[in-house]
Design a protein around this ligand. Structure first.
Ligand SMILES: *Cc1c(COP(=O)(O)O)cnc(C)c1O
Length: 513
């Protein structure tokens, strides 16, 4: 039987040529990225109007596709890499990481077992040890300790902090079920107990905590945070007592180093003590702020992390590693593996059977995994730890500069300071003309709601202006504006634009000062 020829429409020589053109396109994009409106200016459903309803039957010319990319896709892109983008937390990038990603695409392996590409597994273990050391993590989180011995700890790259949260919670449940069995409970009793598990976070914990509990099917309790928006040991202990009294089984607590809303830091050491006493798995979510740990001056803020069971940081947020890359370290990977190992004949091989290799498929939800460690490897080698420290300190300095400008304007208050390059602020009640709005200054509720309303109007005007993009939120029900300075292209010039837009918007809403 004749086999049809492999008539791919892009052969290797065509790829060589086109690939170089695309590198030029990418380089031009990054050169001019600050000149785009940071937020995509399109309406819902814009793209369906521009594209056919079915895939083409026949091959189309490359030029046509690129032309459509430029004309139809790019207008619908929000430019996270623009220096005028201050929204959410950044998606920082770097060219070394970009290159690592290209090489990962080149290899395009599916590294679920060691044998699938030994380098994929081994580089991951090595660079996560490098990064763990660069963060000053406790040795027990590392795969190889300073004396050369290897323990049950180690790092694994997850696709996201949300996946890390799910995986940590699964390991926590596994450990709790082990404990119950060790206490002599029958399988029936263990099954019944597993329906009464409770996981904890605060009202500031990232939504992934609740989502993880939804996925594994346990209860999640959001404990009210204190005035500093922190989860405290006392509040956790009180909630545990209450839940135990109701016959529930606390098994997991998430402490956050740098919450999404305001970059607040939970009482990490206090929570550690409660978790140890109450036999809870202690997960630390340091998705954004953990990146700052490359700078030693941040480590004392993270005291208590050495007592956690799992620790998670997203270098794709603030450490120049392109999305996606979420580093999760665990002290005892056996619970992860017990919770996530399912072996089938088609995955078996001598290396796996020998027990001498890591098969990362047993440390994560998916089977398949990319060769993501190449990104971090390029970043760590090309910047060095010093280069990363400089980048973090620069972000923080830009945030502090912005904060000074805000304070000297006199019409704003800082809700969360620029410790991690995130400034959360709102308009001061004193800057709002209560009389003009017919609000009695003694009526706290009315003042509050007016100030929130005015703050939101200033924010919306800034977005409508289009020169900058930033996000808003609520803290204790009050409207606040968030500006984060960690993007790779954020500079004094773009922060100045942000200040200008803010002042102009405030002038329009408040009347000139
Ligand atoms: C961004 C963030 C997350 C979620 O990150 P993903 O990797 O997108 O799941 C979790 N926790 C905190 C504190 C975050 O800031």
């Amino acid at each position: 039987m004749p086999v049809p020829s492999n008539n791919l429409d892009m052969d290797v020589e065509e790829f060589r040529k086109r690939g170089k053109e695309i590198i030029d396109l990418i380089a031009d994009y990054y050169k001019g990225v600050d000149s785009y409106p940071p937020l995509a200016q399109v309406e819902v459903g814009y793209l369906a109007k521009l594209l056919p309803t079915e895939a083409p039957l026949k091959s189309e010319p490359f030029e046509d596709i690129i032309a459509d990319f430029n004309a139809k896709i790019m207008p619908g892109v929000t430019h996270w890499q623009s220096g005028n983008f201050f929204g959410w937390f950044p998606s920082s990038y770097s060219f070394p990481s970009f290159i690592g990603d290209m090489l990962s695409s080149m290899i395009n392996c599916i590294g679920f077992n060691w044998i699938c590409s030994p380098a994929c597994t081994e580089l991951e273990t090595i660079v996560l040890d490098w990064l763990g050391k660069a963060f000053g993590l406790d040795e027990s989180f590392l795969a190889t300790r300073s004396d050369g011995s290897s323990g049950p700890g180690g790092g694994v790259i997850q696709g996201s902090a949300s996946e890390a949260h799910i995986v940590a919670m699964l390991a926590a449940r596994e450990r709790m079920l082990h404990t119950l069995r060790d206490q002599g409970l029958s399988e029936e009793e263990v099954a019944s107990a597993s329906t009464r598990l409770v996981a904890y976070g605060s009202d500031q914990t990232h939504s992934s905590g609740q989502k993880a509990a939804m996925v594994i099917g346990c209860k999640f309790v959001s404990i009210p945070s204190d005035d500093g928006l922190r989860l405290t040991a006392a509040a956790l202990a009180r909630q545990i007592d209450k839940d135990r009294a109701e016959g529930n089984i606390p098994f997991f607590v998430c402490g956050t180093f740098g919450t999404t809303n305001t970059a607040a830091i939970d009482d990490l050491a206090g929570i550690a003590a409660v978790a140890a006493r109450e036999n809870l798995w202690y997960h630390i979510d340091a998705a954004y702020a953990g990146c700052a740990l490359v700078c030693p001056e941040y480590r004392q803020l993270c005291r208590g992390a050495e007592l956690a069971d799992s620790f998670n940081v997203n270098p794709n947020k603030w450490l120049l590693v392109n999305f996606d890359f979420s580093a999760l370290w665990v002290k005892n990977s056996c619970y992860l593996r017990d919770a996530l190992s399912v072996t089938r004949e088609y995955y078996r091989n001598d290396a796996s059977d020998s027990g001498l290799v890591k098969d990362y498929r047993n440390w994560e939800l998916p089977l398949g995994r990319r060769f993501r460690s190449l990104k971090l490897w390029f970043v760590l080698r090309m910047f060095g730890i010093e280069g990363l420290q400089q980048y973090i300190r620069r972000t923080v300095a830009l945030g502090e500069w912005f904060e000074q400008q805000l304070l000297s304007d006199g019409r704003f208050e800082i809700i969360a300071p620029a410790t991690f390059g995130l400034v959360v602020f709102r308009v001061l009640p004193d800057a709002v003309d209560l009389q003009r709005h017919g609000v009695d200054p003694a009526d706290e509720g009315a003042v509050d709601s007016l100030v929130s309303d005015v703050d939101e109007r200033i924010y919306k005007l800034m977005i409508a202006d289009g020169r900058v993009f930033l996000t808003d939120s609520k803290v204790r029900g009050r409207h606040v504006i968030r500006a984060c300075f960690g993007g790779t292209h954020v500079s004094q010039k773009t922060v100045q634009t942000l200040i200008t837009v803010l002042k102009e918007s405030a002038d329009k809403i408040l009347g000139r000062p």
